[in-house]
Design a protein around this ligand. Structure first.
Ligand code: NAD
Length: 422
C-alpha cells in the first residue's frame, strides 16, 4: 500500500490500521470493515458483512510505504501532524518508525507553500517517473508482495486545466521528456503506477489522472484508476443535505461554506493556486445534484461560495460552517446552519483504507480505467467523458453495493418490492 505523501492523512491511516490489527481499536468509518450488504429479498435475512461477501485483502496482509518531501519517518510525521494523541501514538511508535519515506518527485512550482529536502533529482520529468517506477519495483521485491495499490495522500497542487499534452499518451510522454509545465508531479506518480500495473486513486483535487492520456493508458494496461479528492467533512454533508432539498422540491437561494483549519494542508491551501484546485472540487457538487436546468424555479440562481481559512490554532481539527438559504411554499425563506467541528484526518483515514482495498479488488475482478462505482468516496468523482458525475451520497452507495452484488452474481436491488404485496 503506497502513498505519495506521508502527512496527516496517511500516517493517521497507517497508525489506525496497526491499532485495529492489534485489537486495540475499531475501524470506525470504514465501510469495508464494518459495512453490511443485503442480498436477495428482504424476507431472506441474508445480510453479510461486505468483507465476507467479496475477497478483500486482510488488514494483516497490508504493508505500508510512501514518498514525502520531508525525511521524517511515519512516527515523526504523525507526531508533527498532531492528529493522534501521544497515548495512541506511543503504542504504534516502533511500527511507524520503520516506515521511512522514499524521495519525492517534487517541484515547488506546483505546491508553493512547501519546501523540502527529501527530493529526487532528474534531468527530465520522464526520468523522475522512471525513478518512481524503480521505487515501486524495489518496494514490491523487498517486502515480497503479490500486489500493490497507490493512493495519493500528498498536498494539493496548483490548479491545472487539461491541455493538448494531456490528450493522448504519446503527447504526454513527449511532454514529460520536454519538462512541459502542464505535467505536475502527481501525474508522474500516476504514470509510474499505471506503468507498473498498480491501481491509482487520487485523494486530492489535482487533475493528476483525470486526463484522457492516463485514462486510456490505464485501460490499455488493465489498471483501475479513480479520484478526485476524499469526500470527508463539509462536502459529505452537502451531498446528504442537497439531495434532501431536491427530493422535497425545496428551493435554494444560496449556500455559504467557510472553513478554518490549521494543519499543513491548510497552509498549502493558503496559496491561491492550490486553493483554486480545492475550490473547483468543492463547488461542483451542488450544481450536479440540484440540476438548475431541470428545476429553474428552485435552483436557477444559487449563490454558492466556499472559503478556506488557514488558522493555525485549530491544527487538524477543522471547523466547517455552512449557512444555507432555502425557500419553501410561496417562496417563504428559511435558513439552515451547520457547524461541523470535525477532525479532518480522522474522517479521511478510513477512506484511504476502503479505497486501497476496493481498488485492489477491482483489479483482481478485471475492472480497468475509471472506477465510477467508488464515487462514494470522492468530492469530485471521475466518470466517463460523456457522463456527468453522480454526487448524491445515497445513489453513490447504492451503486457501490450493486457493483459488489454484480461481482458476486447476486440480484441487483431496485427497491421496487412489489412482490411482497402480490
Ligand atoms: N483530511 C481530509 O479531510 C482531506 C479531505 C480531502 C482531501 N484531502 C487531501 O489529502 C491530501 C493530504 O492531506 P493531509 O492533511 O495529509 O496533508 P499533509 O500536508 O499533512 O500531508 C501531505 C504530505 O504530502 C507531501 N507532499 C507534497 N507534495 C509531494 C510530492 N510531490 N511527493 C510526495 N510527497 C509530497 C507533503 O510534504 C506532506 O507531508 C491533501 O491534498 C488534502 O487536500 C484531505
Amino acid at each position: 500500500m503506497l502513498t505519495p505523501g506521508m502527512g496527516a492523512v496517511s500516517t493517521t491511516f497507517m497508525a489506525g490500521v496497526e491499532l485495529v490489527r492489534r485489537g486495540e481499536s475499531v475501524p470506525v468509518g470504514s465501510l469495508t470493515q464494518l459495512g453490511t450488504i443485503r442480498l436477495g429479498k428482504r424476507t431472506e435475512g441474508r445480510v453479510p458483512k461486505i468483507k465476507d461477501l467479496v475477497p478483500l485483502a486482510k488488514l494483516d496482509d497490508l504493508v505500508f510505504g510512501g514518498w514525502d518531501v520531508f525525511p521524517d519517518d511515519a512516527y515523526q510525521a504523525a507526531a508533527k501532524a498532531g492528529v493522534l494523541d501521544a497515548k495512541d501514538l506511543v503504542k504504534v511508535q516502533k511500527f511507524l518508525k520503520t516506515i521511512k519515506p522514499m524521495k519525492a518527485a517534487f517541484d515547488q512550482n506546483y505546491v508553493k507553500n512547501l519546501q523540502g529536502t527529501n527530493v529526487k533529482k532528474g534531468k527530465t520529468k520522464f526520468d523522475l517517473a522512471e525513478q518512481i517506477r524503480e521505487d515501486i519495483r524495489d518496494f514490491k521485491k523487498k517486502n515480497k508482495l503479490d500486489r500493490l495499490v497507490m493512493v495519493w495522500c500528498a498536498s494539493t497542487e496548483v490548479f491545472l486545466k487539461p491541455e493538448s499534452v494531456h490528450q493522448d499518451l504519446p503527447s504526454f510522454e513527449k511532454a514529460m521528456k520536454e519538462n512541459h509545465p502542464a505535467i505536475a508531479p502527481s501525474m508522474l506518480y500516476a504514470y509510474a503506477a499505471i506503468s507498473e500495473g498498480v491501481p491509482f486513486a487520487n485523494g486530492a483535487p489535482n487533475l493528476t489522472v483525470d486526463i484522457p492520456a492516463l485514462e486510456d493508458f490505464a485501460k490499455s494496461r488493465e489498471v483501475p484508476i479513480g479520484g478526485k479528492d476524499f469526500k470527508t467533512g463539509q462536502t459529505l454533508m452537502k451531498t446528504v443535505l442537497a439531495p434532501a432539498f431536491k427530493a422535497r422540491m425545496l428551493g435554494l437561494h444560496g449556500w455559504f461554506s467557510t472553513n478554518i483549519l490549521g494543519n499543513r494542508d491548510g497552509e498549502v491551501l493558503d496559496d491561491p493556486g492550490s486553493f483554486k484546485t480545492k475550490e473547483e472540487s468543492k463547488l461542483g457538487a451542488l450544481e450536479y445534484i440540484l440540476q438548475p436546468k431541470l428545476y429553474p424555479e428552485l435552483y436557477k440562481t444559487i449563490h454558492h461560495k466556499v472559503r478556506i481559512n488557514y488558522y493555525p490554532p485549530r491544527g487538524d481539527n477543522k471547523e466547517g460552517w455552512d449557512n444555507i438559504d432555502i425557500f419553501g411554499w410561496l417562496g417563504y425563506p428559511m435558513q439552515i446552519k451547520v457547524d461541523f467541528l470535525c477532525r479532518d484526518s480522522i474522517l479521511a483515514a478510513p477512506i484511504v483504507l476502503d479505497l486501497a482495498l476496493f481498488f485492489d479488488l477491482a483489479k483482481r475482478a478485471g475492472m480497468r480505467g475509471i472506477q465510477e462505482w467508488l464515487s462514494f468516496y470522492f468530492k469530485s468523482p471521475m466518470c466517463a467523458r460523456e457522463l456527468y458525475p453522480e454526487h448524491d451520497l445515497f445513489i453513490q452507495l447504492t451503486k457501490l453495493k450493486n457493483t459488489l452484488r454484480w461481482m458476486k452474481g447476486e440480484d441487483l436491488i431496485t427497491h421496487l418490492g412489489a412482490e411482497y404485496y402480490d
